[in-house]
Design a binder for this molecule. Structure first.
Ligand code: C2E
Ligand code: MG
Ligand code: MG
Ligand code: MG
Length: 285
């Protein structure tokens, strides 16, 4: 009896696996099509604010995919599939190009997420340099975000890329800090500029599990090593006030702003192409 139950469980499991793999292959194919199409992939930007004064200091580029039948698909779903399917470099290049073009029109730093796969490619830093040259972009306007795990490859290739990117003047931020295993001393050796404190810590504020103490310690250690700090996932006033008092430099989260289309960032920054053309019309009349 147990044996047959086991077998039927296995059959169900096998079927689920099959469905999952099929769904994955489907997404992979649709993603290839999306890269050819022009209207499915967009980049949204989430503003980042100074903790003291709450002024916009930057924006993070976040890729958005609107599937023709399934609607919006979350990056947490399609980015890992793109990485496995060998599509992440093309996606990454698209986002970087779009973000740099925006950065050149905005008076703020633009941050772009880089995948571990991209960083492992020996040609990555050179490709970024080429793009900057062709756009005439000032490297200091860009920040690249990478996770701790992206930096823990054995080949040392990621570190080579980071070094080359730093030499170009690009700033480096460690994303989702606290979820991996990197020490601040290693980050300092890599000459990283910023750590982004993972939103799971901010979420834990007020729950009595010690997350405030952890974040306070991270902020103080970061200060001592001249690293800037951004808190992710700030959703409440209480969290924002607490982070500001701790000495955290920047805040990002739904409380301040969700990710928005580029045109809305134009508006927030007071760069409105349509109102400018109206002004032009008025002055030439
Ligand atoms: P991330 O880089 O840590 O980006 C922050 C994520 O937190 C974004 O999710 C953002 O929408 C979300 N978020 C912002 N504020 C809040 C908040 O107050 N509460 C909560 N609960 N969430 C908040 P999103 O856009 O779904 O992106 C998820 C992840 O996908 C990103 O995490 C990043 O790792 C990856 N990703 C997105 N775009 C790209 C890209 O162009 N390239 C690469 N390689 N990865 C990307
Ligand atoms: Mg990020
Ligand atoms: Mg993050
Ligand atoms: Mg993340």
């Amino acid at each position: 009896h147990a044996k047959s139950a086991g077998r039927s469980r296995y059959a169900v499991f096998g079927k689920e696996m099959d469905t999952m793999l099929q769904a994955r292959r489907g997404i992979e194919q649709d993603l290839r099509a999306a890269l050819q199409a022009d209207d499915q992939l967009q980049v949204h930007y989430q503003p980042i604010y100074s903790a003291a004064g709450r002024k916009i200091t930057g924006a993070e580029a976040l890729l958005r995919w609107r599937h023709p039948e399934k609607g919006w698909i979350a990056p947490d779903i399609f980015i890992p599939i793109a990485e496995e399917a060998g599509l992440i470099e093309r996606l990454g290049e698209r986002v970087l190009r779009e973000a740099c073009t925006r950065a050149m029109a905005w008076p703020i730093t633009v941050a772009v997420n880089v995948s571990a796969i991209e960083l492992r490619n020996p040609a990555y830093a050179k490709r970024v340099a080429k793009l900057f040259f062709s756009l005439g972009m000032d490297a200091r306007r860009l920040e690249l975000e990478m996770t701790e795990s992206a930096l823990t490859d054995n080949s040392g290739q990621c570190e080579e890329n980071v070094k080359a990117l730093r030499e170009m003047g690009i700033r480096i931020a460690i994303d989702d800090f606290g979820t991996g295993f990197s020490s601040l001393s290693r980050l300092q050796r890599l000459d990283v500029d910023r750590i982004k404190i993972d939103r799971s810590f901010v979420k834990g504020f007020g729950t009595g599990n010690g997350d405030e103490a952890i974040v306070q310690a991270i902020v103080e250690l970061a200060r001592a090593t001249a690293l800037k700090t951004t808190a992710e996932g700030v959703e409440t006033d209480a969290q924002a006030t607490c982070l500001e008092e701790m000495g955290c430099d920047n805040l990002q989260g739904y409380l301040l702003s969700p990710p928005r289309p580029a045109s809305e960032i134009d508006d927030l920054l007071g760069i409105n192409p349509s109102s400018r053309s109206v002004e032009d019309v008025i002055t030439t009349l």
